[in-house]
Design a protein around this ligand. Structure first.
Ligand code: NAD
Ligand code: IPM
Ligand code: MN
Length: 355
């Protein structure tokens, strides 16, 4: 039996999570032993009680659940993002989810905004380091609020942290018959961390002689993602560059409404969330695209030992798109709920079971 903690969160996180729960019901009714509970962490709770996400709850997730599904967090009433940082970054850091796995996979040629690029050209994964670097929270203010103010945000890169994400990328490549791993950093300008990443990349690569390596500076990487995405199979990079590159990646696979992600630590409770945020201007209006969240549920089902469901969900989403049963951002005219229903109906059809 697999247990899932569900945090709808804020804004459209709530709208898209509702569709994910419909999907999980269908999966459960098809015989997969799943159980889930909802948790109301988010801006409303924080504003009413000051509670963001207590450490004891994170321990509860770690000890009693196999996965956490998060819709999105972020609310204009909390401009400093205090609750969102505690919830999202808190889960990533305190569960030590060092792998941020973001597949960039085009499900239909017409979704790609790049000229003449097809499903064969846009099909790679990004592994974003998820516990260090500029996100580590090391830094501070000096003379805050004066004209002499100094703000320092330190980029923390450890040998252990760099080694484990790079090794994960190579292991993934080997296990999935991918032939090339690309590492991206900015070692021409950021010499200290760049040197560490360059050295560790070469050291780990030596253990995988059958896998070709490539190094691109991050500015060149994002340029090449647009120009020749077909050269990429597996990309590994640091936290901040991975954040930025995967929003670009989302666009070349059809937009934020389709980009899925998993925050992983092999063998431990992992966190699944669409790449998009809470898009407050669309909240509660049955407008948001639920497909990124539903594809994310597919990644979660693979983590829970049911990879056939990830493939079935991808096919059901692609069919909904082909038939125009999608939200306005993808050129359809359906609302969030009707789009979720269309995917669930496709999943019940016989052809979704074919492999
Ligand atoms: P966003 O992803 O919420 O929205 C940016 C734009 O992308 C939207 O205005 C909309 O046009 C489009 N979009 C995103 N998701 C969509 C969907 N499912 N369907 C249709 N269109 C969609 O990013 P933002 O505006 O920069 O951030 C809003 C809030 O979300 C902020 O508070 C931010 O910090 C937070 N955020 C949270 C997460 C998370 O919880 N994982 C991720 C990113 C941003
Ligand atoms: C993401 C988001 C988060 C990040 C924010 C909300 C802190 O943009 O998951 O991509 O930067 O990691
Ligand atoms: Mn982001």
């Amino acid at each position: 039996m697999a247990r899932i903690a569900v945090i709808p969160g804020d804004g459209i996180g709530v709208d898209v999570t509702r569709e994910v729960l419909k999907l999980l019901e269908l999966v459960r009714d098809s015989g997969v032993d799943l159980r889930w509970e909802e948790f109301d962490y988010g801006a409303d709770k924080y504003l009413a009680s000051g509670v963001t996400l207590p450490d004891e709850e994170i321990e509860n997730f770690r000890d009693h659940y196999d996965a956490v599904f998060l819709g999105a967090v972020g609310d204009p009433r909390v401009p400093d993002m205090k609750h969102a940082a505690d919830i999202l970054l808190g889960l990533r850091f305190k569960l030590d989810l060092f792998v941020n796995y973001r597949p960039i996979r085009l499900l239909d040629d017409r979704l790609c905004p790049l000229k003449d690029k097809t499903r064969d050209d846009v099909n790679f994964v990004v592994f974003r380091e998820n516990t260090e670097e500029m996100y580590a929270g090391v830094g501070g203010h000096l003379k805050k609020g004066t004209r002499d103010e100094v703000a320092i945000q330190s980029s923390v890169n450890t040998y252990k942290g760099v080694e484990r994400i790079i090794r994960y990328a190579f292991d993934y490549a080997r296990a999935n018959n991918r032939t090339r791993v690309t590492m991206s950093n900015k070692s021409n300008a950021m010499r200290f961390e760049g040197d560490l990443w360059d050295r560790v990349f070469a050291e780990v690569a030596a253990d995988y002689p059958e896998i070709e390596t490539q190094h691109l500076y991050i500015d060149a990487l994002v340029m090449q993602m647009v120009k020749r995405p077909e050269q990429f199979e597996v990309i590994v990079t640091c936290n901040m560059f991975g954040d930025i590159a995967t929003d670009l990646g989302a666009q070349i696979q059809g937009g934020m409404g389709l980009a899925a992600s998993g925050n992983l630590h092999p063998g431990r409770t992992s966190l699944f969330e669409p790449v998009h945020g809470s898009a407050p201007k669309y909240a509660g209006q049955d407008i948001a695209n639920p497909l990124a969240a539903m594809l994310t549920a597919g990644l979660m089902l693979t983590h829970l030992g049911h990879p056939e469901w990830e493939r079935r969900i991808e096919r059901a989403v692609a069919k909904a798109y082909r038939e125009g049963n999608v939200t306005r951002d993808l050129g359809g005219s359906l609302g969030t709920a009707a789009t979720g229903d269309a995917v669930c109906e496709n999943l019940q059809l016989k052809q979704s079971i074919e492999t």
